[in-house]
Design a protein around this ligand. Structure first.
Ligand SMILES: Cc1cc2nc3c(=O)[nH]c(=O)nc-3n(C[C@H](O)[C@H](O)[C@H](O)COP(=O)(O)OP(=O)(O)OC[C@H]3O[C@@H](n4cnc5c(N)ncnc54)[C@H](O)[C@@H]3O)c2cc1C
Ligand SMILES: C[S@@+](CC[C@H](N)C(=O)[O-])C[C@H]1O[C@@H](n2cnc3c(N)ncnc32)[C@H](O)[C@@H]1O
Length: 659
């Protein structure tokens, strides 16, 4: 288990500038942080020129070691804003071991009134920044910031990106040699685009030599302020004498980017489809969203309240990494919605209802930072929840509930998204490079790209029929708020969950039925939900005056979750199943084989499904993952997690296990 890293520990000088206690160094130069940043990073990477040269739909990717206060990022954003065409995009990836707390970030950025418009947007989205990959979507999607929270040497090897310009800013080499090692520079080289530029404030000889050895051609140039000299350079290519980095396995390699019109059909307007549409629209794609019902979010995504509940593992599994990154991403999107009616960050309390759960919770507190989760004893838990409880538990202060249709609505409000309701796609055909969506004899729409986001119903198409998706029926119960139940201050979970009221009603959930195909709500399942409420709190049962309700009067709704065997969503490009099995048949004899055969992609066909019982956490970030595969962008998740979510994983396992 890795130690939990704290926030940056800062001291502030008499002019309000931050100073790192751990590294005994300044975040930016005493003279003028702004001038130094502009000279060392913006000018040496020729950003103004390069931004101005970006075509419509073009993008520049900047990578940085040491995000710190975000000053370099904000300066780059400002120059991008000044010089880039309206349809161009900036992608900034930065690694940070000790992120500033939101309060410290605000205090540090207040030093630069000229950057306030940018700083305010960053601060508004600087929420739920926890370990691993954290993506922030800024300026309506024109600017993407991917923060890799953790040690640079652990995080960068997980990054899949092509960096056009590197900023090296990890405190002075003498004070923090870990940020200036040959191993780290090899990662910068692995990630560098051909001809990538690089600059840093230091001119230390051994730094220059190590960078040269990694394939960068570095030059000393005059410095600024009290820096006599600094370094800038360019990536010449992987040095001959060093072994080249391993290639991606062909079945997980990026499909060749599509050329031509950026138009996509998204089939299904639940959380997965709406997220896919939003991420593509933000990148300039024209999206046609096809939904068979008369409105969005009518099936699983139609519950009145869903819980932002993080079922984590202390062992850093792919699923757990996905959950921490997905939770952060969803939480930041929600900042755009209306608190109280669309969502509420009232916190989520998971009760330690038996010894096994209590043990699991102890392990989680050792693996995650207290601002993500911490233990509450029984009196503390009662105080937070506002109701009587038999147990303490694990509290997620940034969690809460969401009205999923509101999130879907917000995601589809982009002018590039055209929603077509009453459009039930029964068949896909590929004609002249276009995917056509047919409803019997009616051609509904066509585009070069299709995203299948119809939960388990994507199995109706032969192209995706082999994906192992299972439907699990679930039912929630709606309970009217009472004067006594108003006290409920947070979501409380045991086996089931209950949320503070939204518009006068609490949502109580949720049943699991692996067999039933019928979506008519049943009294038996309402009673099952009430039994779960008993486990949560007898006091709340009394406050809700449950004994005065007749079983027949109980109201609710049922829908299908759609789950994959490994509980990870299925997100990415689809391959032709038969050709895949032929291309990689050698794996059935020897799983270590990597046949040199390109993956037989079904060009333009993508999937976003399998979100199980946590779509609120996984679906929005999956939209970003999908868009990153499609647009050849930096992935918003570690490579290993993106592969763990890849549609090809099942075909691969089948080959290897010979099934
Ligand atoms: C009872 C219950 C409680 C839940 N509680 C939570 C919770 O507390 N927290 C949480 O995070 N998650 C929860 N979930 C899970 C969450 O709701 C799902 O993970 C999420 O809604 C899945 O979104 P989706 O877009 O993949 O599927 P859906 O919301 O089912 O959307 C699929 C859409 O595709 C459309 N469609 C399908 N095929 C076609 C076609 N061929 N043509 C046109 N349209 C098509 C459907 O009509 C539908 O609108 C719960 C689920 C249930 C059932
Ligand atoms: C000089 S500051 C960066 C200043 C920053 N670019 C800005 O614009 O404010 C250096 C940063 O590197 C971070 N850092 C130091 N060692 C690190 C490591 N091993 N991995 C990742 N980040 C590290 C520090 O926490 C600090 O925030």
């Amino acid at each position: 288990m890795k130690p939990v890293l704290p926030h940056a520990q800062l001291d502030w000088d008499d002019q309000g500038r931050p100073y790192s206690r751990v590294f005994d160094d300044v975040y930016f130069s005493d003279q003028s942080g702004l001038d130094e940043t502009r000279y060392v990073f913006i000018e040496q990477n020729r950003l103004a020129e390069r931004f101005a040269a970006l075509p419509e739909g073009g993008r520049l990717v900047i990578g940085e070691t040491g995000f710190g206060t975000g000053l370099n990022f904000l300066c780059a954003w400002q120059v991008f804003e000044q010089h880039a065409a309206a349809g161009a995009r900036l992608h900034f990836v930065s690694v940070e071991k000790y992120p500033l707390s939101p309060a410290d970030l605000q205090r540090a950025l207040a030093l630069w009134p000229g950057l306030k418009v940018f700083a305010d947007q960053l601060l508004a989205q600087y929420v739920a920044i926890h370990q691993g990959f954290q993506r922030l979507t800024l300026d309506n999607g024109r600017v993407t910031l991917t923060l890799l929270i953790g040690d640079a040497l652990e995080q960068l090897p997980q990054l899949d990106a092509r960096i056009d310009a590197w900023f090296l800013d990890g405190f002075a080499p003498a004070k923090n040699p870990d940020m200036w090692t040959a191993e780290l520079f090899a990662e910068l080289a692995r990630l560098a685009a051909p001809g990538a530029s690089i600059s840093t404030f230091t001119s230390t000889g051994w730094v220059r030599r190590l960078l040269n050895a990694a394939g960068f051609k570095m030059k000393r140039i005059p410095g600024i302020g009290h820096k006599w000299e600094i370094l800038r350079g360019e990536f010449l290519g992987w040095p001959q004498e060093t072994p080249a980095p391993a290639q991606d396995k062909p079945w997980f390699a990026r499909p060749a980017p599509l050329t031509g019109e950026r138009q996509a059909l998204v089939i299904g307007a639940g959380l997965a489809g709406c997220a896919s549409a939003a991420s593509l629209a933000a990148r300039g794609w024209q999206v046609t969203l096809l939904e068979r019902h008369d409105a969005i979010a009518q099936e699983a995504s139609g519950n009145p309240q869903g819980v932002l509940y993080l079922k984590l593992s202390a062992h850093g599994t792919a699923l757990s990494q996905m959950i921490v990154s997905g939770f952060g991403y969803t939480r930041r999107l929600l900042e755009h919605l209306q608190r109280g009616s669309d969502w509420d960050d009232c916190g989520v309390l998971q009760l330690a209802f038996d010894a096994k759960e209590a043990e699991r919770q102890m392990q989680l507190t050792a693996a995650f930072a207290p601002d993500l989760l911490h233990l509450l004893d029984q009196p503390e838990a009662q105080a937070v929840a506002g109701i009587g409880l038999a147990h303490g538990g694990l509290f997620y202060p940034e969690g809460g509930w969401v009205h999923p249709p509101a999130l879907c609505q917000w995601q589809t409000a982009h002018p590039n998204v055209q929603l077509h309701v009453h459009h039930d796609v029964l068949e896909l055909r590929k004609v002249d490079g276009q995917w056509q969506a047919w409803d019997g004899e009616r051609l509904l729409a066509s585009a070069p790209v299709v995203v299948l986001a119809g939960a388990a119903d994507i199995q109706r198409f032969p192209e995706s029929a082999g994906l192992p998706l299972k439907r699990i029926r679930g039912q929630i119960t709606r309970l009217a708020q009472t004067p006594q139940s108003r006290a409920l201050g947070t979501v409380v979970c045991a086996e089931g969950y209950v949320a503070p009221a939204r518009l006068g009603e609490h949502t109580l959930g949720a049943s699991f039925d692996f067999k039933s195909d019928d979506l008519t709500p049943t009294t038996a399942e309402h009673l099952g939900n009430l039994a779960m409420l008993e486990e949560i709190s007898h006091d709340l049962v009394a406050r809700l005056a449950i004994d005065r309700l007749t079983p027949e009067s109980l109201q609710g709704r049922a829908a299908f979750r759609c789950t994959s065997p490994d509980y990870l969503p299925i997100v990415g490009p689809l391959a032709d199943a038969q050709s895949f099995a032929q291309a990689y048949a050698a794996l059935s004899k020897d799983a270590r084989q990597v046949p040199n055969v390109a993956c037989p992609w079904l060009d333009g066909l993508y999937v976003n499904s399998g979100h199980g019982s946590r779509g609120l956490i996984t679906a929005p970030l999956s939209g970003e993952l999908l868009a990153a595969w499609l647009d050849n962008e930096p992935l918003p998740l570690p490579r290993s997690v993106a592969e763990a979510c890849h549609p090809n994983r099942f075909a691969l396992r089948r080959l290897i296990r010979g099934k």
